[in-house]
Ligand binder design. Sequence first.
Ligand code: PMV
Length: 338
Amino acid sequence: MRSESNPNIQVSSPSNIAFVKYWGKYKEQLPINSSISMTLNKSRSFFDITLVPKEKRIVSSFLFENQSNESFEKKMEEFLRKIDLNILKNFSLNIKCHNSFPHSSGIASSASSMSALIYGLLSLDNEISNSAHSLSDMSYYARLGSGSASRSLFPHFSIWDFKSPESATQMNEYHKDFLTLKDAILIIDEDKKEVSSSLGHSLMDKNPYKEIRIDHATNNLNKLLIAMKDNDKKTFGKILEDEALTLHALMMTSDPSFILMKPNTLIAIKKIKNYREETGLPVYFTLDAGANLHLLYFCKNEKDIHIFIENELKTLCSREKVIYDEIGDGPIIHKISL
Ligand code: PMV
């Protein structure tokens, strides 16, 4: 066993951005519809995990960005209690974690943090208990912490299929151009999210468009898979934007209703559409459950798109903040020592 300055494992795992959105769940974080996402690269959570002698609590000490954080710690403890792992029968944990991206930046920190924690723990369990947890097992456990975390374990793209919803899988068939995708995250609003994703998901139960949404998501997913195989960027972008606006339409039609886009979100959307029409370049937006926009484009057009962002979109962002991210390979073990 180690001291905290020499943890047993140091890992990081990225967030992801959904192309077809997961919105609505039942039982233990099982999705009402299938979703597909791109794994990010730079937007990551870093976890140092140290095994300590077993005590009543699983999380013996917890630091987030070098400070204690009661609500996050409670979430971790509750999550780990649901998980049946040999390593947790024998040890408690000291956890130190931080994100590479700022709070409330519209980047799903639950996806990166829950996947990082699980990746670290299961990798340790593989070493110590001679287990052979696969990425699929990791996705299963990460899902229990945060639905979207189930998709962060895989390189490039993953699918979480509502017909086999226990875990997500890697998506393997797509045109190579999609491996060059970039994601510029426009921080329109830095305030805390108005609606937690758990409340948002639960409001889908009584949403009058629930059944239509489930069919719509299935259709969108099928069309997106074909578009990505055929390198049909126009259809890809159309579905991406349709999914973003559908997600917000669902929030607007829930009870209570939420309008999460801000005036600058709408201005940016208009500018993106105009720019695409004028230049013919494949640049598309998507949104999560918040005001911030993710701009998806291809490496080939990076120079032009950056000029567009810097000249036209940056001033719409809070403190002119833009995070330039891209497609990524998934979690990394930075160090392991038993
Ligand atoms: O994983 P959760 O419960 O935070 O839900 C994520 C929901 C969206 O980010 C809005 C969509 C998605 O598929 O990631």
